[in-house]
Ligand binder design. Structure first.
Ligand code: ACO
Length: 326
């Protein structure tokens, strides 16, 4: 029997129209008595702007146009899709999954759909699951989406977190193929770090119990991120029998330019080989990698046949990497 692989055949993304520059945010926060500056945000994070969805726009409304763009790029229609996975930490509802809502909004029914919750590593997790399902014959044409409305869970009185995040969605069509495609994947988690990045609140008895806004110990997250990302990157290279020199593009989770620079340095990659969108998108959590991938493809930088290393870290703590040929 010939091996069955999975391959990305189309990418798409969507950003809500409201772009909030650092200066816009500085002004808005000053009205609440919260002091920050463009200089501080740029120097510590590389972020210059982010997009915020309107208050009544759920994650599925960002996911659908991203998915439609990916389908168009792949030359497919929603009817061709037999699996939908949405990576999100800001779902439309407690249940059902945002993937079920996306399926309905795309006008299809019948195929399996579910969400993956691994915070900022969500897209890498979702791509790994879709790849495994395709390799096993459980699906042939999957939509893998990262979609977030992180603005909903930000505490705008906490300057250490509210300047970092944005909203958006990215998607890929992942299809069965005789040739890879996805070369190797590597996922990890360590639940002892739950407290350093979390939204601790919960819904119970019709009320929100606990704080429903994002809490982060930024320095601990930073240290953990820079200590694990290059290891996950090396793991997928080893599994695929490749070396750092084979990487055409590093497409990292877009949390902070300093984390990306650190990982690139450890992998001996020049920054010219790193797709960077954090300056324009902020940290869009599970959406950031597919947004950056689509940005790279549509700008003409990232080309078919090139070898891409996708990697991310997120709350949990979770982390992982995917090595693929586009
Ligand atoms: N504006 C101005 N000053 C600020 C701001 C702000 N927005 N935020 C913090 N400060 C101040 C602090 O109060 C502190 O002041 P002090 O020295 O008087 O006490 C000073 O700036 C330095 O604060 P640090 O926390 O030491 O700043 P640091 O250089 O560590 O940068 C940051 C903070 C950007 C959060 C960094 O730690 C970081 O990027 N961490 C990783 C975050 C991350 O990647 N999170 C996403 C993970 S993915 C996911 O799953 C969601």
């Amino acid at each position: 029997m010939t091996a069955r692989y999975s391959r990305i055949t189309g990418t798409g993304s969507y950003l809500p129209p409201r772009r909030v520059s650092n200066d816009d945010l500085v002004t808005e926060l000053a009205e609440r008595g919260v002091e920050t500056s463009d200089d501080w945000i740029v120097e510590r994070t590389g972020i210059r702007a982010r997009h915020f969805a309107a208050p009544d726009v759920p994650a599925s409304d960002l996911a659908v146009p991203a998915a439609q763009a990916a389908l168009a790029a792949a030359g497919r229609t929603p009817d061709d899709i037999d699996l939908i996975i949405v990576a999100t930490s800001t779902p439309d509802m407690v249940f059902p999954s945002t993937a079920a809502i996306v399926q309905h909004k795309l006008g299809i029914a019948g195929c399996p759909v579910f969400d993956v919750q691994a915070v900022c590593s969500g897209f890498v997790y979702a791509l790994t699951v879709a790849d495994a399902m395709i390799a096993r014959g459980a699906a042939s044409r999957a939509l893998v989406i990262g979609a977030e409305v992180f603005s909903r869970i930000l505490d705008f009185s906490d300057r250490t977190t509210c300047v970092l995040f944005g909203d958006g969605a990215g998607a890929v069509v992942l299809e069965a193929s005789d040739t890879p495609g996805i070369l190797a994947t590597d996922l990890h988690a360590d639940g002892k770090h739950v407290g350093i990045l979390c939204v601790p609140g919960n819904v119970s008895g019709g009320q929100v119990l606990g704080d429903p806004l994002l809490k982060m110990d930024g320095q601990s997250v930073f240290k953990l991120a820079v200590s694990v990302l290059d290891k996950a990157a090396r793991a997928v290279l080893t599994k695929a029998g490749k070396s750092e020199a084979d990487i055409d593009w590093l497409i990292p989770h877009q949390a902070n330019i300093r984390i990306m620079q650190s990982t690139a340095r450890k992998l001996h990659l020049p920054l010219e080989k790193v797709v960077v969108t954090v300056h324009d998108h902020g940290n869009t959590s599970a959406a950031s990698i597919p947004l950056a991938l689509d940005h790279g493809v549509r700008s003409g930088q990232v080309k078919r046949g090139q070898t891409l290393l996708l990697e991310g870290v997120g709350g949990g703590f979770t982390w992982g990497a995917v090595l693929l040929v586009l």
